[in-house]
Design a protein around this ligand. Structure first.
Ligand SMILES: [Ca+2]
Ligand SMILES: [Ca+2]
Ligand SMILES: [Ca+2]
Length: 295
Protein backbone atom coordinates (compact mmCIF):
# COMPACT_ATOMS: atom_id res chain seq x y z
CA UNK A 1 0.00 0.00 0.00
CA UNK A 2 1.29 3.39 -0.90
CA UNK A 3 0.23 6.75 0.34
CA UNK A 4 0.48 9.65 -2.05
CA UNK A 5 -0.36 13.25 -1.55
CA UNK A 6 -2.33 15.07 -4.18
CA UNK A 7 -3.64 18.56 -4.16
CA UNK A 8 -7.27 19.16 -3.30
CA UNK A 9 -7.50 20.98 -6.61
CA UNK A 10 -6.78 17.75 -8.46
CA UNK A 11 -9.10 15.75 -6.23
CA UNK A 12 -11.99 18.18 -6.63
CA UNK A 13 -11.30 18.30 -10.36
CA UNK A 14 -11.52 14.52 -10.54
CA UNK A 15 -14.73 14.49 -8.51
CA UNK A 16 -16.26 17.21 -10.65
CA UNK A 17 -15.43 15.23 -13.76
CA UNK A 18 -17.33 12.24 -12.37
CA UNK A 19 -20.30 14.37 -11.32
CA UNK A 20 -20.19 16.32 -14.56
CA UNK A 21 -20.82 13.27 -16.74
CA UNK A 22 -24.63 13.51 -16.64
CA UNK A 23 -24.38 17.20 -17.53
CA UNK A 24 -22.37 16.29 -20.62
CA UNK A 25 -24.73 13.49 -21.62
CA UNK A 26 -26.47 14.33 -24.83
CA UNK A 27 -30.06 15.45 -24.57
CA UNK A 28 -31.30 17.18 -27.67
CA UNK A 29 -34.67 18.77 -26.98
CA UNK A 30 -36.48 20.70 -29.69
CA UNK A 31 -40.08 21.37 -28.65
CA UNK A 32 -40.14 23.77 -31.59
CA UNK A 33 -37.61 24.93 -34.18
CA UNK A 34 -37.34 28.60 -33.31
CA UNK A 35 -33.55 28.16 -33.29
CA UNK A 36 -31.81 26.11 -35.97
CA UNK A 37 -28.31 27.38 -35.22
CA UNK A 38 -27.19 23.90 -34.14
CA UNK A 39 -28.02 22.42 -37.54
CA UNK A 40 -26.25 22.14 -40.83
CA UNK A 41 -28.92 22.61 -43.52
CA UNK A 42 -28.28 21.07 -46.91
CA UNK A 43 -29.91 21.19 -50.34
CA UNK A 44 -33.19 23.10 -50.46
CA UNK A 45 -33.63 22.97 -46.68
CA UNK A 46 -31.29 25.92 -46.12
CA UNK A 47 -33.36 28.11 -48.47
CA UNK A 48 -36.65 27.15 -46.83
CA UNK A 49 -35.57 27.79 -43.23
CA UNK A 50 -33.80 31.13 -43.26
CA UNK A 51 -32.21 33.19 -40.51
CA UNK A 52 -31.28 30.07 -38.51
CA UNK A 53 -34.99 29.62 -37.80
CA UNK A 54 -37.62 27.15 -38.83
CA UNK A 55 -40.80 28.27 -40.61
CA UNK A 56 -44.15 28.86 -38.94
CA UNK A 57 -46.08 25.61 -38.73
CA UNK A 58 -49.32 25.09 -40.68
CA UNK A 59 -51.69 24.49 -37.78
CA UNK A 60 -53.28 27.07 -35.44
CA UNK A 61 -51.05 27.58 -32.41
CA UNK A 62 -47.98 26.12 -34.08
CA UNK A 63 -44.56 27.47 -33.37
CA UNK A 64 -41.81 27.11 -35.92
CA UNK A 65 -41.19 23.76 -37.55
CA UNK A 66 -38.21 22.37 -39.44
CA UNK A 67 -39.49 22.21 -43.04
CA UNK A 68 -37.24 19.90 -45.02
CA UNK A 69 -38.91 20.27 -48.44
CA UNK A 70 -41.83 22.37 -49.68
CA UNK A 71 -42.18 21.85 -53.43
CA UNK A 72 -41.74 19.33 -56.22
CA UNK A 73 -38.33 18.19 -57.48
CA UNK A 74 -36.35 18.76 -54.30
CA UNK A 75 -33.80 17.17 -52.00
CA UNK A 76 -32.75 18.50 -48.62
CA UNK A 77 -31.57 17.60 -45.15
CA UNK A 78 -30.85 18.95 -41.70
CA UNK A 79 -28.19 17.36 -39.47
CA UNK A 80 -26.93 18.44 -36.09
CA UNK A 81 -23.55 20.04 -36.73
CA UNK A 82 -21.99 18.47 -33.65
CA UNK A 83 -21.41 14.72 -33.84
CA UNK A 84 -22.93 12.32 -31.37
CA UNK A 85 -20.30 9.98 -29.93
CA UNK A 86 -21.01 6.27 -30.17
CA UNK A 87 -17.84 5.55 -28.20
CA UNK A 88 -19.45 4.23 -25.00
CA UNK A 89 -22.09 1.72 -26.06
CA UNK A 90 -23.71 3.61 -28.98
CA UNK A 91 -27.17 3.47 -27.43
CA UNK A 92 -29.74 6.20 -27.94
CA UNK A 93 -33.44 6.91 -27.69
CA UNK A 94 -35.22 9.41 -29.87
CA UNK A 95 -38.69 10.81 -30.42
CA UNK A 96 -39.93 13.05 -33.21
CA UNK A 97 -43.18 14.40 -34.50
CA UNK A 98 -43.76 14.96 -38.22
CA UNK A 99 -46.49 16.10 -40.58
CA UNK A 100 -46.86 16.18 -44.37
CA UNK A 101 -49.10 19.02 -45.58
CA UNK A 102 -50.04 20.85 -48.78
CA UNK A 103 -49.58 17.84 -51.04
CA UNK A 104 -48.92 18.47 -54.69
CA UNK A 105 -49.79 15.81 -57.29
CA UNK A 106 -50.65 13.27 -54.62
CA UNK A 107 -47.99 13.96 -52.03
CA UNK A 108 -44.42 12.61 -52.03
CA UNK A 109 -41.87 11.38 -51.17
CA UNK A 110 -41.55 11.48 -47.39
CA UNK A 111 -38.84 11.86 -44.77
CA UNK A 112 -35.96 9.82 -43.37
CA UNK A 113 -34.50 10.00 -39.86
CA UNK A 114 -30.87 9.38 -40.70
CA UNK A 115 -27.58 8.65 -38.97
CA UNK A 116 -24.49 9.11 -41.11
CA UNK A 117 -20.82 10.06 -40.77
CA UNK A 118 -20.96 13.65 -42.06
CA UNK A 119 -23.38 16.52 -41.41
CA UNK A 120 -23.30 18.28 -44.74
CA UNK A 121 -24.91 16.05 -47.32
CA UNK A 122 -28.34 15.25 -48.71
CA UNK A 123 -29.08 12.35 -51.00
CA UNK A 124 -31.27 11.80 -54.01
CA UNK A 125 -34.51 13.66 -54.77
CA UNK A 126 -37.86 12.01 -55.51
CA UNK A 127 -38.03 8.40 -54.37
CA UNK A 128 -34.55 8.84 -52.88
CA UNK A 129 -36.23 10.90 -50.09
CA UNK A 130 -33.03 12.95 -49.68
CA UNK A 131 -31.37 9.79 -48.36
CA UNK A 132 -30.46 7.69 -51.40
CA UNK A 133 -26.69 7.39 -51.79
CA UNK A 134 -25.76 8.49 -48.27
CA UNK A 135 -23.28 5.85 -47.18
CA UNK A 136 -22.39 4.62 -44.68
CA UNK A 137 -25.65 5.34 -42.93
CA UNK A 138 -28.84 3.99 -41.47
CA UNK A 139 -32.22 5.58 -42.12
CA UNK A 140 -35.78 5.23 -40.91
CA UNK A 141 -38.07 6.22 -43.80
CA UNK A 142 -41.68 7.32 -43.83
CA UNK A 143 -42.55 6.96 -47.48
CA UNK A 144 -45.76 8.26 -49.09
CA UNK A 145 -45.07 7.44 -52.74
CA UNK A 146 -45.17 4.03 -54.34
CA UNK A 147 -41.99 3.57 -56.37
CA UNK A 148 -42.74 -0.09 -57.13
CA UNK A 149 -41.36 -3.34 -55.80
CA UNK A 150 -38.76 -1.73 -53.52
CA UNK A 151 -41.67 -0.01 -51.77
CA UNK A 152 -43.75 -3.21 -51.63
CA UNK A 153 -45.98 -1.44 -54.19
CA UNK A 154 -47.24 0.58 -51.24
CA UNK A 155 -47.57 4.37 -51.18
CA UNK A 156 -47.99 4.53 -47.41
CA UNK A 157 -45.26 2.66 -45.55
CA UNK A 158 -42.23 2.90 -43.25
CA UNK A 159 -38.87 1.20 -43.61
CA UNK A 160 -35.38 0.74 -42.24
CA UNK A 161 -32.76 1.49 -44.87
CA UNK A 162 -29.01 0.86 -44.90
CA UNK A 163 -26.23 2.78 -46.67
CA UNK A 164 -28.47 4.97 -48.80
CA UNK A 165 -30.24 2.02 -50.40
CA UNK A 166 -33.97 2.60 -50.87
CA UNK A 167 -34.78 -1.11 -50.80
CA UNK A 168 -35.61 -1.32 -47.11
CA UNK A 169 -34.20 -4.20 -45.05
CA UNK A 170 -37.39 -4.06 -42.98
CA UNK A 171 -40.69 -2.53 -44.08
CA UNK A 172 -43.95 -1.79 -42.28
CA UNK A 173 -46.85 -1.79 -44.73
CA UNK A 174 -49.62 -0.82 -42.33
CA UNK A 175 -49.41 2.56 -40.62
CA UNK A 176 -51.92 4.05 -38.14
CA UNK A 177 -53.03 6.68 -40.69
CA UNK A 178 -52.33 7.89 -44.21
CA UNK A 179 -49.12 9.92 -44.39
CA UNK A 180 -50.82 12.05 -47.06
CA UNK A 181 -53.76 12.87 -44.78
CA UNK A 182 -51.93 15.68 -42.99
CA UNK A 183 -52.10 13.74 -39.72
CA UNK A 184 -49.41 14.49 -37.14
CA UNK A 185 -47.35 11.34 -36.53
CA UNK A 186 -45.30 10.59 -33.40
CA UNK A 187 -42.28 8.33 -33.89
CA UNK A 188 -39.82 6.67 -31.52
CA UNK A 189 -36.47 5.22 -32.55
CA UNK A 190 -34.55 3.34 -29.87
CA UNK A 191 -31.17 1.67 -30.26
CA UNK A 192 -29.71 -0.56 -27.58
CA UNK A 193 -25.97 -0.76 -28.27
CA UNK A 194 -25.59 -3.71 -25.89
CA UNK A 195 -28.01 -5.93 -27.83
CA UNK A 196 -27.63 -4.13 -31.23
CA UNK A 197 -31.42 -3.94 -31.46
CA UNK A 198 -32.98 -1.01 -33.33
CA UNK A 199 -36.70 -0.48 -32.76
CA UNK A 200 -39.16 1.93 -34.36
CA UNK A 201 -42.58 2.84 -33.00
CA UNK A 202 -45.30 5.02 -34.48
CA UNK A 203 -48.43 6.54 -32.95
CA UNK A 204 -50.84 9.43 -33.38
CA UNK A 205 -50.25 10.77 -29.87
CA UNK A 206 -47.47 11.00 -27.26
CA UNK A 207 -48.15 7.53 -25.80
CA UNK A 208 -45.26 5.27 -26.75
CA UNK A 209 -46.71 1.97 -28.07
CA UNK A 210 -45.71 -1.19 -26.23
CA UNK A 211 -45.07 -2.99 -29.52
CA UNK A 212 -42.49 -1.95 -32.08
CA UNK A 213 -43.62 -1.27 -35.64
CA UNK A 214 -40.23 -2.41 -36.97
CA UNK A 215 -37.09 -3.86 -35.45
CA UNK A 216 -33.69 -4.75 -36.85
CA UNK A 217 -30.43 -6.03 -35.37
CA UNK A 218 -27.50 -3.91 -36.51
CA UNK A 219 -24.02 -3.13 -35.20
CA UNK A 220 -24.16 0.62 -35.62
CA UNK A 221 -20.49 1.29 -34.93
CA UNK A 222 -19.47 -1.51 -37.30
CA UNK A 223 -21.82 -0.22 -39.97
CA UNK A 224 -20.65 3.39 -39.76
CA UNK A 225 -16.98 2.50 -39.26
CA UNK A 226 -16.58 5.40 -36.82
CA UNK A 227 -17.82 6.49 -33.44
CA UNK A 228 -18.71 9.97 -34.73
CA UNK A 229 -22.33 9.95 -35.85
CA UNK A 230 -24.31 12.81 -37.33
CA UNK A 231 -28.03 12.70 -36.71
CA UNK A 232 -30.80 14.41 -38.60
CA UNK A 233 -33.53 14.25 -41.19
CA UNK A 234 -33.70 14.12 -44.97
CA UNK A 235 -36.52 14.59 -47.44
CA UNK A 236 -37.05 14.47 -51.17
CA UNK A 237 -39.80 15.22 -53.66
CA UNK A 238 -40.21 14.51 -57.37
CA UNK A 239 -43.21 14.81 -59.68
CA UNK A 240 -45.24 15.08 -56.48
CA UNK A 241 -44.34 17.04 -53.39
CA UNK A 242 -45.49 18.31 -50.01
CA UNK A 243 -44.44 20.39 -47.04
CA UNK A 244 -42.45 17.86 -45.02
CA UNK A 245 -42.25 19.18 -41.48
CA UNK A 246 -40.47 17.99 -38.35
CA UNK A 247 -42.46 19.52 -35.52
CA UNK A 248 -40.61 18.32 -32.40
CA UNK A 249 -37.48 16.27 -31.78
CA UNK A 250 -35.96 14.73 -28.68
CA UNK A 251 -32.73 12.72 -28.79
CA UNK A 252 -31.25 11.17 -25.65
CA UNK A 253 -27.72 9.77 -25.94
CA UNK A 254 -28.53 6.66 -23.93
CA UNK A 255 -31.07 3.84 -24.11
CA UNK A 256 -33.85 5.60 -22.28
CA UNK A 257 -37.15 5.25 -24.17
CA UNK A 258 -38.91 8.60 -24.19
CA UNK A 259 -42.26 8.30 -22.44
CA UNK A 260 -42.85 12.01 -21.84
CA UNK A 261 -41.76 13.76 -25.05
CA UNK A 262 -42.98 17.15 -23.83
CA UNK A 263 -40.73 16.97 -20.80
CA UNK A 264 -37.75 14.73 -21.59
CA UNK A 265 -35.41 14.17 -18.69
CA UNK A 266 -38.07 15.39 -16.28
CA UNK A 267 -38.15 18.64 -14.35
CA UNK A 268 -36.66 17.15 -11.17
CA UNK A 269 -33.60 15.24 -12.33
CA UNK A 270 -31.89 17.99 -14.31
CA UNK A 271 -31.80 20.66 -11.57
CA UNK A 272 -30.60 17.86 -9.27
CA UNK A 273 -27.64 17.18 -11.51
CA UNK A 274 -26.84 20.87 -11.78
CA UNK A 275 -27.05 21.19 -7.99
CA UNK A 276 -24.46 18.43 -7.53
CA UNK A 277 -22.24 20.06 -10.12
CA UNK A 278 -22.50 23.39 -8.29
CA UNK A 279 -21.52 21.75 -5.01
CA UNK A 280 -18.41 20.36 -6.68
CA UNK A 281 -17.55 23.81 -8.02
CA UNK A 282 -18.16 25.30 -4.57
CA UNK A 283 -15.74 22.77 -3.11
CA UNK A 284 -13.23 23.72 -5.77
CA UNK A 285 -13.52 27.36 -4.74
CA UNK A 286 -13.34 26.90 -0.97
CA UNK A 287 -10.93 24.07 -0.39
CA UNK A 288 -7.23 24.81 -0.54
CA UNK A 289 -5.99 22.10 1.84
CA UNK A 290 -4.01 19.09 0.69
CA UNK A 291 -5.86 15.78 0.73
CA UNK A 292 -4.54 12.26 1.21
CA UNK A 293 -5.73 9.28 -0.71
CA UNK A 294 -4.56 5.71 -0.27
CA UNK A 295 -3.90 3.49 -3.29
CA1 LIG B 1 -48.61 10.20 -51.77
CA1 LIG C 1 -41.30 5.69 -52.31
CA1 LIG D 1 -39.81 2.99 -49.44
Amino acid sequence: MQKIRISSTLLVFAVSMIIAVPVQAVLVNFQNFNDLSGFTLNGVTGGINTGAQGVMGPNPGDGRVLRLTNNVGQSGSAFLTNPFSLASDASFSSFFEFQFKDQQNGGADGIVFAIQTVANTAGGAGGGIGYQGLTPSIGIEFDNWNNGGGDGNNGNHAGININGNMNSVVRADILPALLDSGTIFHAWVDYNGLTDLLEVRLALDDIRPATALMSHAVDLVGLLGTTNAFIGFTSGTGYAGADHDIRRWVFDGQFNPITDPGNPGGTISEPGIFALFSIALLGFGLSRRKAWITL
